[in-house]
Design a binder for this molecule. Structure first.
Ligand SMILES: CC(C)(COP(=O)(O)OP(=O)(O)OC[C@H]1O[C@@H](n2cnc3c(N)ncnc32)[C@H](O)[C@@H]1OP(=O)(O)O)[C@@H](O)C(=O)NCCC(=O)NCCS
Length: 179
């Protein structure tokens, strides 16, 4: 469930998140994902993945009140988004995506910093995610950001026709408040 209240529904990408981000990112804005964002989200999703989530997947996730956020540039153009599910003491990162033409410029880190802030704020002890072994860029980013492989889910993802691809399960342990 989302831990975020309406008063926190929009924020500059600055403050605590910005210690790592270059100045060019200071005007980016986070906002909670709403149904009216889904058309933009789908357009980026379809560019970013060979097997994209559907509109229904996103709408169902919003209906389930997952912690879903979009990041927009100063012109309002969607740069990225993520969906986070809090379960007991573990935050499960269901989707994190940067628009393909702006990947590799630090926006993924900006999104991950926000994920970590939200998970800490909801008293989660860790962030869990799945990633395809073939997604070498995402794997490198997650490892660089401190995620460790903790398992493998066999035949987890569709891979075209009847083929399936495993998922690498990764976890980032979060520090306790005040550590
Ligand atoms: C995965 C994804 C979200 C990462 O976002 P990004 O904008 O490309 O990543 P960033 O440029 O912010 O890089 C994040 C960090 O990883 C580092 N990094 C990037 N590529 C790296 C590599 N090959 N090896 C090691 N570190 C790397 C960056 O230096 C940065 O660390 P820093 O902040 O300490 O400098 C993005 O590439 C994406 O949307 N990919 C397509 C969709 C996808 O695969 N999503 C994940 C599904 S599991």
């Amino acid at each position: 469930m989302s831990s975020v209240t309406g008063s926190m529904s929009e924020s500059m990408a600055g403050s605590a998140d910005m210690h790592r981000a270059p100045d060019a990112h200071a005007l980016m804005r986070f906002a909670m994902m709403r149904a009216q964002d889904v058309e933009d989200v789908i357009a980026v999703e379809q560019d970013a993945y060979p097997f994209p989530w559907t509109r229904g997947n996103f709408l169902d996730s919003l209906a389930s009140r997952y912690d879903a956020w979009v990041l927009r540039d100063p012109d309002g153009r969607l740069a990225g988004y993520f969906l986070l599910m809090h379960a007991v003491d573990e935050a499960h990162l269901l989707n994190i995506t940067v628009r393909p033409d702006v990947q590799g410029k630090g926006l993924g880190r900006l999104l991950l910093d926000k994920v970590i802030d939200l998970a800490r704020g909801a008293d989660m002890r860790s962030v869990l995610l799945e990633v395809r072994p073939s997604n070498t860029h995402a794997l490198a980013v997650y490892q660089h950001c401190g995620f460790m492989q903790i398992g493998l889910r066999k035949n987890y993802y569709p891979a075209g026709g009847t083929a399936r691809e495993d998922a690498i399960v990764m976890r980032l342990m979060l520090d306790h408040h005040g550590d």
